[in-house]
Design a binder for this molecule. Sequence first.
Ligand code: LLP
Length: 422
Amino acid sequence: MEEYLELISDGLYKFRGGKLFIEGVCAEDICREFGTPVYVYSSSYIKRQIEKLRSAFKTACPLICYSMKANGNMSILNLIRKAGCGIDIVSAGELAKALRVGFSAEKIVFAGVGKTKQEIVDGLTANIFLFTVESVEELKTIQQIARQLKKIASVSLRINLDIDVDTHHYTKTSKKETKFGMPVEQVGSIIRSREKFSYIDVKGIHFHLGSNIKISGVYVQALERLKDFLKELNFMPSVIDIGGGFGIHYRKEHLEKIESFGKNICNCFLKNFSGSTMIIEPGRFIVGNSGILLTTVIYNKRTPHRNFLIVDSGMNDLIRPALYNSYHEIVPVKKKDCCTVYDIVGPVCETGDFLGKDRMLPADLKPGDFLAVMSAGAYGFSMSSNYNGRPRAAEVIVSGDTVKCCRRRETIQDLWKLEKTL
Ligand code: LLP
């Protein structure tokens, strides 16, 4: 257990005197003070991850644009902004949040296959750094709107390099069948005819291969492919955005260390694109293992077939196990012998509502005991919902010995505050 915690959290999550601590704060105390379900984030972990990225990629010195979709809590965004990062957004909502937190427009990149006209207007008005263009149709729309607003839109063209990556089917984004980016030929023809787009400045090329990628090889493959393609066109963009997707440990799976991950990508980049600026868009890598979800056992339900721990968090709080069959380690906040096999399930009325299956946990867990669902900082709260009439969890941030609430728990009244009984 100790070894595993060290691996995922760089020592920021630890058992001390048999109790789980996040930095200097005891998990059990958080449960009692803030109630459960509650998301807990370690601020030091986030800062360290950014430093690790900087150091691993130091030879190319990229602009780090944190991918807000992984975790859009404004306190976390502010921490990341203060660490000098830019931001990768995908909607008007994320744009407004980024601006509100104080990200400067020249560090905002705007991706997404379905930007509406209003979203394009918002981005242009805010003078964002780059629109990541995902289709010819979108490029034409941006040109039209930029002309009306008398502004030049800076864009990067998202290329779909048809590269397969070893990750869940739903999070592969660079195979030709996926909706993302444009095929090589279309990008080529845009570049050749870019003079026609008088209100567009094609500054960059973007690719994003997928999420939770464990090795650097596919990025190197993508960069090599891109080099050949651009050479043929005789076009050297000033920006190359290699997207995000850098993997993290959820368990002791094989994962290339970030030092060599960054070094391999940078070496290839500098060999082929030494005059261009690199952008990276990590989400999960920065926040994934900063966070856990603390939950309370409601029932220890035994049947002749299975042992169930029914807890007060479900797929509405953390959908990753239900949606991708993702593995999240589950540990008791008080260290005990783990000798009974359980399915850890939520209260939601769906068979797919589970947090973990076939897990060894203490035999005597009883109602009121607390469990920690690990590696929940990315795509945890940000994908949560009110399904089954369940108010969303609270979020707290730990920094050394202090813990502060950064999003209050939703109340029952919050559930209907936007509705009308007609
Ligand atoms: N850039 C672009 C254009 C993206 O689409 C994404 C993620 C990222 C960056 C950040 O990827 P990351 O570094 O976090 O892997 N809900 C899924 C992950 C979906 C990722 C979507 N795009 C999950 O829980 O695994």
